[in-house]
Design a protein around this ligand. Structure first.
Ligand code: ASP
Length: 422
């Protein structure tokens, strides 16, 4: 069996086992023990193994990628194409979401008593999240913080400050192109070594993927409130429809036009990335897989994957941006607040900006989403309404988040004159 078939089997079996346990032993002491002592730790071990390597990988691959691009003019050109692509495709994703939410109006379908019940059930969690979101500094300070005073402190946080790490790595890469070849060479060899080591460790971790994915899926589905899925049915349909349109409608067009590549073949080549993103709900945890699949299966040169993909894992989140736009408007509809076209444009802009600042970890976007709600005068506690189903939506939005990064790397490679591997 190939690796992705094994992971897929783990995913399906984990989901089936979880759904059956949820049905037959909901919240029984037996199930709680299985979750606490078996599935949760196993899933976390797998996730930690992947996430453990993300900081060295981002540092090594980004600084090496920049150094290998070599000349600053070329770096500027590649950087410009990458950032423009991220920005435009993310804005397009939010627009799809907003069009759908205005047409379907999922907020009108939520029964009043379900709303009251959800607000009461998830109130505690919502208040905690609101408090943590109040601590986020957004604005000019966000920009200042991108330049870390102490790079070690920026990464030594439970959720590392990836934008600061990106900036630091970019500077090291640029400096490497400016010092003499003789001095740069040993450092580049070292970075290459770190890069290879992280990918070897990730490869070992991915051998555990079928079991890790089984455990992750079991943990989610055995706790999941399926009745919520029905109660919030129209909202879920709107988010999933938007994500599917973007993933299976927009990306194939972009791949065909910009990379001159067969979209079906593309999806077949990135299957492992899709499964890893879906089961881990984390762009960061998926990054090593994204890099090795892009290099090995699609033949994208390493200086382009090394530059575009670590940036994309943090800055390019099309699925998250679409989800944020839909959720803000859905909650506005639920609370009977009419958002003018001008305010909706602010939502588009904020969703794009927030997608850049969101950490690529499970539910990384929620604290920032709360900030947007407050900004457009929607009660922030309203987030309680969607918290119960967020994990499943998170799994789904993380897939376009990472696939969008690969489509960008493929576009940049093609535009720089490299052909992809068929
Ligand atoms: N889980 C998402 C990611 O890692 C972020 C989010 O939307 O919460 O890409």
């Amino acid at each position: 069996m190939s690796r992705h078939s094994k992971i897929f089997t783990g995913l399906i079996l984990g989901a089936i086992a979880g759904v059956l346990s949820n049905l037959y032993f909901p919240a029984t002491p037996f199930l709680l023990v299985v979750q606490k002592y078996i599935s949760d730790p196993l899933g976390k071990i797998f996730l930690n193994l992947l996430i453990m390597m993300v900081i060295p990988l981002v540092f090594a691959s980004l600084s090496l990628g920049v150094a290998q691009i070599g000349d600053l003019k070329k770096l500027g050109r590649i950087g410009f194409k990458t950032i423009m692509y991220f920005f435009l495709v993310t804005a397009f994703a939010v627009t799809i979401g907003l069009i759908l939410v205005n047409i379907i109006r999922p907020g009108d379908y939520l029964p009043g008593e379900t709303k009251t019940k959800l607000l009461a059930t998830y109130k505690g969690q919502a208040v905690e999240l609101k408090e943590s979101s109040e601590k986020i500094e957004f604005g000019i300070q966000t920009l200042v913080n991108v330049i870390p005073r102490n790079p070690a402190a920026a990464i030594a946080k439970p959720i590392p400050d990836m934008l600061a790490l990106i900036f630091f790595s970019l500077m090291i890469g640029i400096a490497l192109t400016l010092i003499s070849q003789e001095k740069a060479k040993p450092i580049m060899n070292l970075l290459e070594g770190i890069n290879d080591i992280t990918l070897v460790i990730i490869n070992m971790a991915m051998k555990l993927a079928p079991y890790g994915v089984f455990a992750l899926l079991f943990s989610v589905t055995s706790r999941f409130g399926f009745d919520l899925l029905v109660a919030l049915g129209m909202y879920v349909v709107t988010v999933l429809l938007g994500l599917s349109l973007h993933l299976f409608g927009v990306y194939p067009i972009l791949i065909r036009i910009f990379s001159k590549y067969n979209p079906l073949l593309f999806f077949r080549k990135v299957e492992t990335v899709i499964l890893t993103a879906f089961s881990t709900s984390s762009s960061s945890a998926t990054l090593p897989t994204t890099i090795s699949v892009s290099q090995n299966n699609l033949g994208i040169p390493s200086h382009i994957t090394g530059f575009v993909l670590p940036l994309g894992a943090t800055m390019n989140m099309n699925g998250t941006a679409l989800f944020e736009g839909v959720t803000v408007l859905f909650l506005a509809q639920v609370f009977g607040i009419n958002l003018s076209i001008g305010t909706q444009l602010i939502v588009v802009l904020m969703s794009v900006l927030i997608a850049i600042g969101t950490a690529g970890v499970p539910s990384g976007s929620i604290p920032l989403l709360i900030m947007v709600l407050t900004m457009v005068n929607i009660p922030a506690e309203g987030i309680a309404i969607i918290l119960g189903i967020d994990r499943v939506l998170d799994m789904c939005r993380t897939v376009p988040n990472v696939i969008g990064d690969i489509t960008c790397a493929a576009y940049v490679a093609k535009s720089e004159g490299y052909d992809l591997k068929v």
